[in-house]
Ligand binder design. Structure first.
Ligand code: MN3
Ligand code: FE
Length: 300
């Protein structure tokens, strides 16, 4: 398998030239943020209350939590294992500041994977949770994500980059992970049932804001160079939307329409759609006003 356009030698090294590093580069700034905020350690989080409360919870409550953890754990593992081709692409294109930032990216996804595995270990939820991966979930995480990412190993075209970045950052992170964090907060923040998870989620979602920032910036950059790529972005979003919404609806079945923890869980679908619309709007704005959007849009 050979990638077209793979660099065989270096023409120069930026950091030993008169350019040094571009300290104002949006991705360099993101790297500084990651060094400051991304150093948290899952091992420092206390899961003793989670363990006690989980053991006492009703079977239905346990199933709701196990399902969220089963989807999140595998989701974090998938984004850890599947991210390398993007880093490979940025390095091959000689994007030094992007590559420097991305060294923190993969480290953070690895910690997110550790976080959920550690929680399961400490709470004693060690049975196989694969049964919670529905067909829609499998479509996104077992097929669509690795397919779009691994394509970059042999095809570094802007089209292939847009497909990979959109799948990973806009749908998996921007829509699904963000909705997952929202579910945890909605259901479990006030109840105090699983405070260790809530503490972890706070760190996770801050890391994720930077990750989505990288994705948004990179997609905007590519579309600014060739506006026709907006159609590739849009098609990728449309292709994944039914599975992403389907996946969220699958998870709601467990509540049987009941307002567990006083929450109307059906609002999760609306939340996911609003995240989808938000990502789409951020990219369309960049097309119309690229100059104003050169600076990275921090993800709230
Ligand atoms: Mn993550
Ligand atoms: Fe991420």
């Amino acid at each position: 398998m050979e990638m077209k356009g793979l660099k065989k030698s270096h023409e120069q090294f930026q950091s030993s030239s008169d350019k040094l590093l571009d300290w104002d580069h949006p991705m360099y700034k993101l790297y500084e943020k990651a060094k400051k905020f991304g150093g948290w350690n899952p091992k420092d989080i206390d899961f003793s209350v989670d363990r006690e409360n989980f053991a006492k919870a009703s079977p239905k409550e346990q199933a709701l939590i196990a399902q969220l953890v089963a989807m999140f754990g595998a989701g974090e593992e998938a984004v850890t294992l599947d991210f390398l081709p993007v880093m490979y692409t940025m390095a091959n294109e000689g994007r030094l500041e992007d590559t420097i930032y991305l060294t923190t990216f993969l480290y953070e996804e690895a910690k997110h994977t550790e976080f959920f595995a550690r929680w399961r270990q400490e709470v004693g939820l060690t049975e196989d949770l694969t049964k919670y991966h529905s067909d829609n979930y499998k479509k996104v995480f077992y097929e669509k994500l690795p397919e779009a990412m691994n394509a970059l190993y042999t095809d570094n075209s802007p089209q292939a980059q847009i497909r990979a970045l959109t799948t990973y950052h806009m749908v998996v992170e921007g829509m699904l992970a963000e909705s997952g964090y929202h579910s945890f907060r909605l259901g479990f923040q006030a109840s105090g049932l699983i405070p260790g998870i809530i503490a972890g989620i706070k760190n996770l979602s801050r890391d994720e804001g930077r990750h989505i920032g990288f994705g948004t910036y990179s997609i905007q950059r590519l579309i600014a160079q060739d506006p026709k790529l907006y159609d590739v972005f849009s098609q990728t979003m449309d292709d994944l939307l039914p599975y992403a919404i389907g996946l969220i609806n699958d998870t709601l079945e467990i509540t049987e329409g009941e307002h567990m923890y006083g929450v109307d869980w059906s609002q999760m679908t609306d939340y996911a759609v609003s995240q989808y619309t938000r990502r789409e709007a951020a990219i369309s704005r960049a097309m119309k006003h690229w100059d104003e959007y050169k600076e990275i849009e921090e993800d709230a």
